[in-house]
Ligand binder design. Sequence first.
Ligand code: EPZ
Length: 419
Amino acid sequence: MGKYIIKGGNKLNGEVFISGAKNAVLPILASTVLNSGICILKNVPMLLDTFVAIDILKDLGCEVNYGENTVVVNSKNMYKTNVKEDLVKKMRSSIIFLGAIISRFKEASISYPGGCNLGKRPIDFHLSAFKELGIKIEDNQKLIKASVDTIKERIIDLPFASVGATQNIILASIFVKGKVVIKNCAKEPEIIDMVKFLRKMGANIYGEGTYTITVKGVEKLNNIVEYTIMPDRIEAGTFLCMSAITNGNVKINGITPNYVKSLTDILEQMGCNIVIDKDNIKIKNDKKLKCIEFLETKPYPYFPTDLQPQLMALLATADGESIIKENIFEARNKHIPELNKMGCNIIEDNSTFIIKGVNKLTGKNVFAKDLRGGASLITAGLFAKEKTVVEGADYINRGYEHLDKKLNILGADIKHIKD
Ligand code: EPZ
């Protein structure tokens, strides 16, 4: 799994360039099966999850080539409709391949993605929406088999603004005769990016970024498409927290500042000096930060669950007591015992976390149990003066490209030790 070794205490200084967004590139890679043609994707983050998605495409029979942050998929000769079990186990979000494969082949199968360290991660919203679209689902809790004659025109009202379910319903509806309307859909920027890509393919979709998305079916898609993936707002937010915990002075380049507004508003309340320009954010602070009374995670545009662990590490060193309520994942708490090993004072009350700020953290051997929890431990390690070893680097490398190099350029003493 590898590890990161951090010797904290250095202030982060300088500029960092954000990579393409993991949570945009994954649904866009799944979408490449739709046009049975060529898709040229630029600004692709070459992450462990990206390579799993590439392996899935190759296993389905697509031809995939990639170079420096560019991936070219030719899905013309794709012949398989089942997503390989061992790849699903590596990346549970491969469930979004289901909608795309059904759209093109009218059938698909995938092993049950199952839960992960964030909780159960059910897929009931996906499957009930598919059934409303007229898709026959056989589900023995191990394998899901889906087949359909024709996708039905429907208005689907999601019980929760699920990102993955929204993506899957869009993908399954691309060729519908008529239209599919998705109400209470997710508004995340990564959904907008996927829709922009599909529109470049020739799909007819509108309403992305609002609570209602409409897919008007088309007959055919363009067979050559080129697209540049949006920057990763969660990576940008992670660097904001990492700069702030070191009393740093950092410019974060190549992002859409509005996409991290829920975090920058909080950082300003805490006492950070934030300067926003059209595609970059400067953050500077040089004294102890203030706590925040109460914050809860919610779907976009509210504070994202994917930045909860990183902000928690920052709040653990602020002045006073902060409270975070985690509403999205019932088990996004595996970072808390590890942070407390380093001297944080965080109490859990179900999914409400009480964070009492401390003045000092101690470098320890800690264990990443999931991607953002791992980023939280590195954030804390940047503050602790001694050496911190974060085991489980591969969790972190699922979502951050060249994290050690980017932090080294900013002046952090961090090394990535591969296994
Ligand atoms: C996406 O996961 C992201 N992953 C997650 O990022 C992110 O945390 C999440 O959206 C919320 O923003 C990718 O895009 C690859 P959901 P997804 O469906 O689609 C429940 C990261 O760290 N739910 O919006 O799985 C579910 O259990 C990852 O980059 C059902 O109950 O999230 C959760 O409690 C982690 N039934 C909530 O909804 C369903 O059928 C939100 O899930 C589907 C979801």
